[in-house]
Write a protein that binds this ligand. Structure first.
Ligand code: G6P
Length: 340
């Protein structure tokens, strides 16, 4: 087993380190995939796009809905198990996202939306998965197998897939994506030591992850990851919304992690939390000078998810290991949930 971990202590750590390669594969295969062109044609002509997924895949999907909603198209994120709250009709498209391609809630949602009259496009990592077989157009991430229960490299690979798809839909140049693997690699290399140190500072029963705009799905994913592998209660909020409730819990030493994709506006929220006694952490593409606990990751415009994801995953990993938990096999969780 240790050989298959390639010298790493855990699959999760190995897979975080494999992210640059996974994303490179995703980009090169999806850029030459005719099915991506077909999918983008269908999405461009869609009435509405329902982006259906669970867990980490749902967070990746939020990037896509954001991109489309900023254009003239309409995209609706749907948590797979909540499909009964929505009704599709002919002309609508479902984009199903599932690493495994086997998540039961996603399968059930597809079935329902197909009955409503929608056509189905899927992105999975497993070739000929059940979900891909049930789709009109099947796309693949080709991130390589992921064995850790927590999704890591497949998350960034999903994000890359969705960036390619939206660039095709919106007729954008895709050359900016070529830098994604390097940004990931630098982020892993340059933040691992610091995340190891920070992991000893997360000594509170709860943590907030706050962000804005493109950073919000990353904050949500960071919070999910630390819950999953380190059993730390975590909540993600758009920073602006944190004034409406969450801030009531903040007292001396409450850890608040800011995920900052280069937005100056977040400084106000940082000050606000600091003045309530919060212990501020900042994972940022820019220097804010508001806390000693700041890690700056190099990024390029629109590629921030690749710079900000690795430290969030590494932090969850090291908090887990510090607590003596096996991050590859967290209690009560399964890699693929095939029950309702
Ligand atoms: C489980 C896994 C998560 C994953 C989710 C969706 O909860 O533990 O890591 O994000 O299922 O899985 P999928 O294969 O559909 O992406």
């Amino acid at each position: 087993i240790s050989a298959s971990k390639g010298g790493y202590s855990h699959f999760m750590l190995k897979e975080i380190h494999e992210s640059p390669l996974a994303v490179k594969e995703t980009i090169s295969t999806m850029l030459s995939d005719e099915a991506v062109v077909e999918a983008s044609r269908i999405i461009s002509n869609a009435n509405r796009v329902f982006v259906v997924a669970a867990g980490t895949s749902y967070h990746a999907g939020l990037f896509f809905t954001r991109y489309l909603n900023l254009s003239s198209l309409t995209a609706i994120p749907v948590i797979a198990s909540e499909y009964s709250s929505y009704k599709a009709k002919s002309g609508d498209v479902v984009l199903a996202l599932s690493q495994s391609g086997e998540t039961l809630d996603v399968k059930m949602a597809i079935k329902k939306f197909r009955n409503d009259g929608a056509s189905i496009i899927s992105i999975t990592n497993v070739i000929e998965s059940t979900i891909s077989r049930e789709s009109d157009v099947k796309l693949y991430m080709r991130a390589g197998p992921e064995l850790g229960v927590a999704a890591t490299k497949t998350f960034v690979s999903q994000v890359a897939s969705l960036m390619i798809l939206k660039s095709r839909v919106l007729n954008e140049d895709t050359s900016y994506l070529a830098k994604a693997p390097q940004i990931l690699e630098d982020a892993v290399e340059e933040t691992e030591g610091k995340m190891k140190r920070w992991s000893t500072l997360i000594d509170f029963p709860s943590v907030y992850y706050l962000s804005k705009g493109i950073g919000v799905p990353l904050a949500m994913e960071g919070a999910l990851k630390i819950k999953e592998v380190a059993y730390v209660h975590a909540e993600a909020y758009p920073a602006g919304e944190s004034k409406h409730g969450p801030i009531a819990l903040v007292s001396e030493g409450f850890p608040v992690i800011f995920v900052n994709p280069g937005l100056d506006e977040l400084k106000v929220n940082m000050e606000e939390m600091k003045s309530r006694g919060a212990k501020i952490f900042s994972i940022s593409t820019v220097n804010t000078n508001l806390t000693d606990n700041e890690v700056i990751v190099k990024s390029e415009r629109d590629l921030e998810p690749f710079a900000l994801s690795p430290p969030l995953q590494l932090l969850a990993f090291y908090v887990s290991v510090n607590k003596g938990i096996d991050p590859d096999r967290p209690r009560n969780l399964a890699k693929t949930v095939t029950v309702e």
